[in-house]
Design a protein around this ligand. Structure first.
Ligand code: 3H9
Length: 655
């Protein structure tokens, strides 16, 4: 066995007559300029050296190749470009086998698709997730994948950016075999035997014929989910093209589309989101702090929120102890949790063995003493300061001193709740979003006295739950509800100034929100916010601008969709502009002598973005949020802000 190095990141060993080329470019073996140059040099070497009969491409660690180097996008391109490297692989005279040891994504899968054979370990994750970055595959993915798996499956994977595990990739025909052990040894055997038969070059294969109806259905489904984003539609177009155009034509069109999309605002926004997600949850100074061990999670209150949290924890493998005040309530709580799991079984997301395993790790008791075993206790009781402080006091006598105590309050001051416990350092806020088993966002509130290892533990817990943790300081409503309040306030100011709710909603929906603000209000119900406004009335600054319209709606019994009338009315369930609401708005304007002006959709969006970004700037100045990108993630993952616009801070900055 002899070793050679072709660049800083690409080296090879010659095992008898097979050259095993390894990419070692941590953290994810991205196809940087050095990797591309190294691969070309390795192929040069393999071509010239008659002792080499076949080549294997593989990666180090748990990645084969994570894709193109996203950090290179937006910079001048460096030769050799990836399509050139890939064309060379496909045309290579000696067999090239991809030994897919881990994630093969984007350009990484495109390299593998050009190889003459693909074998993978069971842990491999395979996909073309480019649309998630606002682009299409740019190195042959849209042209080669359909040649292996057909148009329908290729649309389904590429236009949705869906990543599959090796097992599914094997069934689909993306890989040729799945190898449990000794991947490289098997690859060597395959490569040698491939040297004796004609090579299977993916680009020369015809796209398997399929039903046009099924193609149209897959395309329509992908476009529906895309909600106006460009990349999925382009991906569909390119995959369809593979069936009718030559490989060369298809590749040229793919490349043109890739370059246009790569330089688009949409792609810049989604790249921002990608890196924002990787930065989220990182806290300066916490890198060296070890989290405490958490295996058993107590949840006090198994209502809507508590049961959702319980399911999230059970899904992540924790043992869960739910606590209610009475045996009857505990039974109901257990039923609620089991009900969520049953629904998952019915929809095929969970098998019955998985449900039974989860239920075997669940206890719901009426006696808080059970929490003595818990490593972390999350309170999800009624959002009332007295209720929560009394609970914290009681828990002091039950919990182990090293157990962590989390509050799930939405609006109360966690530092005020903390005063009730003799162990304030163990308190942290975990603000889940409902339904807690589904929503990815989790605001992790670093309270005044939270110990660093408690914060580190909360972050590790969030990660294990598969959540996106955003650390924030203590402020009313934390990051999300503070920005949302500013957004809501501005929208109501605009209604008073002359825009009608449906005009604002239409502008937001065209911008990319799944639903306009006033439609969301109606869906959520108006009465809880009304009650809060009434509570706050005495302490409100009388000089501050206050819009009475929402109060008037509530006074008229217009509590939203569930009563058939709110900001809109809902005859036959259909959202409809209501003249009574318009009259009420006009009357409120007249009371303040406001002459209504009209707003364009762009003016509406600009004003709302500015309101959100100004509040975001305030959160940064107050040290509540650590970075602007965290604020963007909160609004994208908790409040429907369109990801392809990058979040309010990013979008306002671009304007
Ligand atoms: C593409 O391929 C286009 C082609 O079609 C055409 C080209 C012509 N580049 O996620 P992690 C960094 S587009 C640069 O926490 P994990 C990431 O920022 C690409 N950097 O790890 C982070 O850095 P830091 C298509 C990248 O183990 C670190 O790696 N490919 C890239 O949880 C660790 O990341 C994709 O969209 C990259 N491509 O998951 C795949 N990827 O430590 C994108 C990651 O400084 N990547 N980084 O914060 C992933 O999905 C995951 O990173 C992966 C590993 C599953 C690979």
């Amino acid at each position: 066995m002899s070793a050679s190095r072709f660049s800083d990141t690409v080296s090879a060993t010659l095992t008898d007559d097979v050259l095993v080329v390894t990419i070692d470019n941590p953290p994810v073996n991205a196809l940087s300029a050095d990797v591309r140059a190294g691969l070309m040099a390795a192929l040069d070497h393999a071509e010239k050296d008659s002792a080499v009969v076949a080549v294997i491409l593989t990666g180090t660690g748990n990645t084969f190749i994570g894709g193109a180097d996203i950090k290179e996008f937006g910079k001048p391109p460096i030769e050799p470009l990836l399509p050139l490297v890939i064309a060379r692989v496909e045309k290579f005279a000696k067999p090239v086998v991809a030994a897919i040891n881990g994630a093969a994504l984007g350009g990484g899968l495109e390299v593998a698709l050009a190889c003459h054979e693909r074998i993978a370990s069971p842990s491999a994750k395979i996909g073309l997730p480019e649309v998630k970055l606002g682009i299409v595959p740019g190195a042959g993915g849209t042209q080669r994948l359909p040649r292996l798996i057909g148009t329908v499956a290729a649309i389904e994977l590429i236009a949705n950016g869906r990543i599959v595990l090796a097992n599914e990739a094997d069934k689909l025909g993306i890989i040729d075999s799945l190898i449990e052990n000794s991947l490289i040894d098997s690859a060597i055997v395959s490569a040698r035997s491939a040297a004796d038969v004609p090579l299977r070059r993916t680009g020369t294969l015809p796209v398997p014929p399929g039903s046009q109806e099924a193609v149209d259905k897959a395309a329509a489904e992908a476009l529906r989910k895309a909600r106006g984003q460009r990349a999925p539609a382009e991906a569909v177009r390119l995959v369809r093209l593979a069936a009718t155009a030559s490989l060369a034509e298809g590749l040229a069109e793919e490349r043109r589309t890739f370059v246009t999309l790569r330089d688009s605002d949409e792609a810049a926004a989604l790249r921002h989101v990608f890196f924002a997600e990787r930065a989220a949850g990182k806290v300066d100074g916490l890198e060296k702090v070890s989290p405490r061990k958490i295996e058993t999670v107590g949840i006090v209150g198994t209502g809507l929120m508590g049961s959702g949290i319980a399911v999230a924890a059970l899904n992540a493998g924790y043992s869960v102890i739910g606590i209610e005040q009475t045996r009857e309530a505990a039974d109901k709580g257990r039923e609620r949790i089991a009900g969520i799991l049953d629904k998952a079984v019915q929809s095929g997301r969970l098998d019955t063995a998985g449900r039974d395993d989860r239920l075997s790790r669940l206890t719901v008791a009426a006696d808080a003493a059970e929490l003595a075993q818990a490593d972390l206790v999350i309170e999800a009781v009624f959002d009332d300061l007295t209720v929560k402080t009394e609970l914290f006091q009681r828990l002091d006598g039950i919990l182990r001193t090293d157990a962590i105590l989390a509050t799930n309050t939405s609006y109360l001051d966690p530092d005020a709740i903390t005063t009730a416990t003799a162990h304030p350092k163990r308190v942290v806020g975990l603000h889940f979003f409902s339904p807690a088993n589904i929503m990815r966002l989790l605001e992790v509130v670093n309270c005044k006295r939270t110990a660093p290892d408690v914060l580190a533990s909360a972050l590790a817990f969030a990660k294990r739950l598969g959540k996106l943790p955003i650390v924030c300081g203590v402020t009313e409503g934390f990051i999300g509800n503070r920005i949302f309040s500013a957004y809501r306030r501005e929208a109501e100011f605009m209604v008073e100034d002359g825009a009608l709710p449906h005009e604002i909603d239409a502008a937001l929906e065209v911008y990319g929100f799944p639903m306009g603000l006033f439609a969301v209000y109606d869906m959520a119900g108006l009465e809880i916010a009304w009650a809060r406004r009434k509570r706050q009335a005495a302490t409100r600054d009388p000089a501050a601008r206050y819009v009475v319209i929402a109060d008037r709606l509530c006074e008229a019994g217009r509590f939203g969709q569930k009563v058939g009338r709110g900001w809109y009315s809902y005859p036959d369930g259909k959202r409809t502009v209501d003249a009574e609401v318009t009259a009420l708005i006009k009357a409120a304007r007249a009371e303040k002598d406001i002459t209504p002006k009209s707003f364009t959709a762009d003016e509406i969006v600009t004003r709302l973005l500015k309101a959100m970004a100004d509040e975001g700037d305030a959160l940064l100045a107050e040290g509540i949020a650590a970075r602007a990108s965290d604020i963007d993630l909160v609004m994208i993952n908790g409040y429907g802000f369109p990801p392809h616009k990058g979040g309010p801070m990013f979008a306002a900055g671009r304007r």
